[in-house]
Design a protein around this ligand. Structure first.
Ligand code: NAD
Length: 530
C-alpha cells in the first residue's frame, strides 16, 4: 500500500522524466501530468513558440500557477519541465511530494537530444556546449533535491523500478517524522524519526538508495544492539560488517581513528561502501572523521543512540577529534547521507546521559525555541516532539550557515567555556554538563557587561538544576581554564569571540570582552573543596 503523496520526477531535459513517470503512474494506477504539456494546452501554443517569442517569463509564471494547483492535490505522478524546480519557491511547493531528480552524463544527453525535435535553450549546432552551460547554471538548483538517480546505465523500466522500490521501502520503514537539512551549496539530506530501526532500518537505507556494502562503526557498549542491526541488514541483502570502538571522550583521538582506518583497509572496505555510525557523539564524531578521510571519503549514515547525539551531534556535519592541548581541534565537515533517529534506543540510556543531552536541548531552546524551554520548565514533554523541535532549530541554522562563518557560531553557546572545562578536567566533566556550565558562565559575562539580567541567569540555573545538571564546578584552577580558552577555535588572530545571551532567543557574538570580566565570570561557578 502506498501513501497518497504526489510522486514528482524532475531533472534535465533528455533524462527521460516523462517516460519514467508514465511507467510509475501505470504501476500505481494514478493520473499522470506532464507540466510542459499541460502548460502548452493552457496557453494554446508550443513551448518552443513561447520561448522563441521571448516569453519565458510568461511560461515560468504559468508553471508556478500550475505547480500551486498540483501541490493542493494528491495521488498524482508528475513529470516537470527541466527548469521547473529551479526556483526555491517552486521547490517548496512540492516539498510534501516524493521528489526524484534524474541525472545523466553530458555524453548521454548529447546522444539522446541530438535526434529529438528542437528544444528551447538548446541550439542544435552547439548542442554539447549549450548542454554543458545550462547544466553548469542549473547544477546547484538540482542539488537541492535529495533523491537523485543516475540514468546512464538504466533503461526507463529499470529507473521506474528503482523509484518504485524506494517509495515502497520508505512506506515500510515506519517513519513518524522527517525533516530535510539543506546545507548551502551542498546536497540536502533527510533526518528520519522512525520506530524500531534495529528491525526496520534496511527499508530506510533502501529508500535513500544507500550503498549495499556497509561498515557499522559501533559503540562497544552497544554490542547486542549493533549485532542485531547487522543481522537485520544482512537478512535484507546488505553486505554489512561491524567494527566496535570504546566510546569514551579520551578515545576521540587520531590514534583511535587510525586504528579504525587500518581495520577498514584490512577488511577490504571499498570506495563503494558506506559507514554507519551507531552510537553517541563520540562514535558519531570518530565515524564521520573516518568516513571523510578513508579513500578520500565514503558516505555515512548516522544512527545516534544518545539524546545528545539525536538532538545535536549527528546533524550538521561537524566532527571533532581531541588533541592533548584541547578538544575538537582536529576535524572536518562531513555531512551524512541521512540521519536515522529511533527514540526507543534511549530506553537503555543512563539518566546522567539523558541529562547530558538535555543540556544541548536547553541550549537550542535559548537559541531559538521558547516553547521548548517552557516544555522543559514544565518537565512535561513527549520525547519525539522534543527531539523534533531541536532538529528544527539546528537544521535552520545549518542551512543558513553551513560552514560556521557567522550565524552557526551561535550553536556554540556554552561551548567556548564548556570545552575548556572538559579539557582542564581531563574529561571528568562530560560534554553535556560542561556545556550547561559554559552557558552559565557566558550568561554571567553578559550580566557583568550589563547586557543581560540576573533573571535570565536564574532561569538557566533552574533549568539545569531541574534536569540534574551541575551549576558549579570544584577543584579546577581558574588559570588552567583561561589557558585552555586560548585554544578555542572561534578565536582569530588576536581576537577572541564569545557568544553571550542578551535574553532568551537573543544571542550575540562579542569580541574581546575585558579579560577581568572573563575571569570573574568563570570564577563565579568555581569552588574548591575545603
Ligand atoms: P558518548 O558518545 O560518549 O556516549 C555517552 C555514554 O553513553 C557512553 O558511555 C556510551 O557508551 C553510552 N551509550 C550510548 N548510547 C547508549 C544507549 N542507547 N544505551 C546505553 N548507553 C549508551 O557521549 P555523547 O554525550 O553522546 O556525545 C558527546 C560527544 O559528542 C563529545 O565528544 C562532543 O564533543 C561531541 N559533540 C559533537 C558535536 C558535533 O556537532 N559533531 C556536537 C555536540 C557534541
Amino acid at each position: 500500500m502506498i501513501c497518497k503523496q504526489n510522486i514528482v520526477i524532475t531533472g534535465f531535459m533528455g533524462t527521460g522524466k516523462s517516460t519514467v513517470a508514465v511507467l510509475i503512474a501505470r504501476k500505481f494506477n494514478r493520473p499522470f501530468i506532464d507540466t510542459d504539456q499541460e502548460i502548452e494546452k493552457r496557453l494554446g501554443t508550443s513551448i518552443n513558440d513561447i520561448f522563441s517569442r521571448g516569453q519565458e517569463q510568461l511560461f515560468r509564471e504559468s508553471e508556478r500557477v500550475l505547480l500551486k494547483e498540483l501541490s493542493e492535490q494528491t495521488n498524482l505522478v508528475i513529470a516537470t519541465g527541466g527548469g521547473t524546480l529551479l526556483s526555491r519557491s517552486s521547490l517548496q511547493l512540492l516539498e510534501q511530494s516524493s521528489l526524484f531528480c534524474l541525472d545523466a552524463s553530458v555524453d548521454n544527453l548529447v546522444q539522446r537530444l541530438y535526434n529529438c525535435a528542437s528544444r528551447p535553450l538548446l541550439n542544435h549546432d552547439n548542442l554539447r556546449y549549450d548542454i554543458e552551460n545550462l547544466l553548469d547554471d542549473r547544477r546547484c538548483n538540482y542539488q537541492r533535491i535529495d533523491q537523485h538517480i543516475s540514468t546512464d546505465h538504466l533503461s526507463p523500466e529499470e529507473i521506474a523500478t528503482t523509484i518504485i522500490n524506494r517509495i515502497e521501502a520508505r512506506n515500510k520503514a515506519q517513519i513518524t517524522r522527517s525533516i530535510k537539512v539543506q546545507p548551502r551549496d551542498l546536497p540536502p539530506y533527510p533526518i528520519f524519526i522512525a520506530k524500531d530501526v534495529l528491525n526496520r532500518s534496511a527499508h530506510l537505507f533502501k529508500s535513500i538508495g544507500a550503498s549495499l556494502e556497509q561498515v557499522i562503526i559501533a559503540d562497544s557498549n552497544l554490542q547486542e544492539q549493533s549485532e542485531k542491526l547487522r543481522t537485520h541488514l544482512l537478512n535484507h541483502g546488505f553486505k554489512t560488517k561491524l567494527l566496535s570502538i570504546d566510546a569514551q571522550e579520551s578515545e576521540k583521538t587520531l590514534v583511535s581513528a587510525e586504528i579504525l582506518l587500518r581495520q577498514l583497509a584490512e577488511i577490504r572496505c571499498s570506495r563503494a561502501s558506506s559507514i554507519i555510525a551507531f552510537g553517541g557523539g563520540v562514535v558519531g564524531d570518530i565515524g564521520a572523521f573516518v568516513a571523510a578521510t578513508y579513500m578520500r571519503g565514503l558516505s555515512i549514515v548516522q544512527i545516534p543512540t544518545t539524546l545528545l547525539a539525536m538532538v545535536d551531534s549527528s546533524i550538521g556535519g561537524k566532527c571533532g577529534l581531541n588533541l592533548q592541548q584541547s578538544k575538537n581541534l582536529i576535524g572536518v565537515f562531513k555531512h551524512p547521507q541521512a540521519v536515522i533517529i529511533d527514540p526507543c534506543l534511549l530506553y537503555s540510556l543512563p539518566q546522567q546521559e539523558v541529562s547530558a543531552g538535555l543540556a544541548e536541548v536547553i541550549k537550542h531552546g535559548l537559541i531559538g525555541d521558547e516553547e521548548l524551554l517552557c516544555m522543559l520548565e514544565a518537565d512535561a514533554y513527549n520525547i519525539e516532539e522534543l527531539i523534533f523541535r531541536n532538529l528544527c532549530v539546528k537544521a535552520k541554522i545549518v542551512a543558513a550557515d553551513s560552514f560556521e562563518k557567522d550565524q552557526r557560531m551561535l550553536l556554540n553557546f556554552g561551548h567556548t567555556f564548556g570545552h575548556a572545562f572538559e579539557s582542564v578536567s581531563q574529561h571528568r566533566i562530560k560534554h553535556g554538563p560542561a556545556v550547561g556550565l559554559g552557558m552559565l558562565v557566558a550568561t554571567r559575562l553578559a550580566i557583568l557587561m550589563n547586557q543581560a539580567s540576573e533573571k535570565l541567569y536564574i532561569r538557566i540555573e533552574n533549568l539545569l538544576t531541574k534536569h540534574k545538571l551541575p551549576i558549579s564546578l570544584n577543584n579546577i584552577l581558574i588559570d588552567d581554564v583561561l589557558s585552555a580558552l586560548e585554544l578555542d577555535k572561534k578565536h582569530s588572530q588576536n581576537n577572541k569571540h564569545f557568544i553571550i545571551p542578551l535574553a532568551a532567543q537573543q544571542l550575540k557574538i562579542i569580541t574581546n570582552p575585558p579579560e577581568i570580566l572573563i575571569r570573574k565570570a568563570i570564577e563565579s561557578i568555581l569552588y574548591q573543596d575545603s
